[in-house]
Write a protein that binds this ligand. Structure first.
Ligand SMILES: Cc1cc2nc3c(=O)[nH]c(=O)nc-3n(C[C@H](O)[C@H](O)[C@H](O)COP(=O)(O)O)c2cc1C
Length: 299
């Protein structure tokens, strides 16, 4: 099924959830522009998620989704909020949505896991999910091992549900390529870091605008938690610690709270500025509407 029909949206585009970043301002801007805005729930309790959802609803009447990072320890209470607020869809990461699937689906909420490989895609299809996002390792944030170009066609061949391509998509050529690979839609993260409405520090946006094609690195490879972000004093420090095989617990201490330092404080020394390889193509701050319309208008 076409994801525009599945999700009742104008363009086959999902705004990738971004931890601590994709709050109500960006979500409503994307949904108003005809894509599917996705609200992060990372670091939120039930009351804060509820407040963010209410804010989105005052800013748009269009459908939007909530993202659940499943390793968080308060998922059951967040699921209750999502069900009571009758959200259109949930995207999930970092685990299986199996324990919550029935409750969400019975409430009419579409469930769309983000997956890094064919084997998990097949498991998700068996669970009964509505679509999967196949996310390549050029993406920003937590990543798998396979590139978008290799992953998407393999997932498309392996399942009979819609596959949404993610990782390295920021313009109409990449959307066209995704459709040729068999995808039914795209999920875009990094390009929205530079949206006018995105509530992050000016330092973070400027680092995205200044990035070149080779300015991201992957930290956490040695302790099996790979995360892609812009090169920074913190990534230099962490990579040096990894090279010296320092205890991962000590490295994780450096990383704890680092995303918040980037997002809220613009702390260039200590912040973690997660972004994907496509950051090298993002040179201007634009409204979410401009970003989406440039991707989809024909000329
Ligand atoms: C700063 C940042 C934070 C992210 N946080 C999350 C998250 O909390 N949950 C999630 O499912 N995906 C997360 N992602 C992945 C995006 O939702 C999306 O799949 C990815 O950005 C797509 O690739 P792109 O960055 O090349 O556009 C994050 C990505 C970025 C850049």
């Amino acid at each position: 099924m076409n994801i525009t029909n599945l999700l009742n949206i104008k363009y086959p585009l999902i705004q990738g959830s971004m931890a601590r970043i994709s709050r109500h301002q960006l979500v409503s801007a994307v949904s108003n522009a005809g894509g599917l805005g996705v609200l992060t729930s990372v670091g939120m309790d039930a009351a804060e998620l509820s407040r963010q959802i209410d804010l989105v609803k005052t800013e748009t009447t269009k459908p939007f989704a909530v993202n659940l990072m499943l390793q968080q320890n308060n998922i059951p209470e967040l699921v209750n909020v999502i069900v009571s607020k009758q959200i259109a869809a949930v995207t999930t990461g970092a685990g299986t949505p199996k324990p919550y699937f029935k409750q969400l689906h019975q409430a009419g909420i579409k469930v769309i896991p983000v997956i890094p490989n064919v084997s998990i895609a097949k498991k998700m299809e068996l669970l009964g999910v509505d679509a999967v996002v196949a996310e390549g390792m050029e993406s920003g944030g937590h990543i798998g091992q396979t590139t978008t170009m290799s992953l998407v066609p393999q997932v498309v061949d392996a399942v009979n549900i819609p596959v949404i391509a993610a990782g390295g998509i920021a313009d109409k050529r990449a959307v066209a390529a995704s459709f040729v690979l068999g995808a039914s839609g795209v999920q875009v993260g990094t390009a929205f870091l530079a949206a006018k409405e995105t509530p992050i520090s000016a330092e973070y946006k400027n680092m995205v605008l200044a990035a070149s094609d080779t300015d991201t690195v992957v930290t956490g490879m040695t302790f099996k938690d790979p995360v892609r972000g812009l090169k920074s004093p913190l990534t230099n420090k962490v990579l040096a610690m990894e090279a010296k095989k320092i205890d991962p617990t000590e490295i994780k201490e450096q990383l704890s709270g680092a995303l918040e330092k980037a997002v809220f404080d613009g702390n260039v020394e200590q912040g973690s500025f997660m972004a994907g390889q496509i950051a090298g193509k993002i040179h201007e701050i634009k409204s979410a509407t401009n970003i989406i319309e440039e991707i989809f208008t024909k000329e």
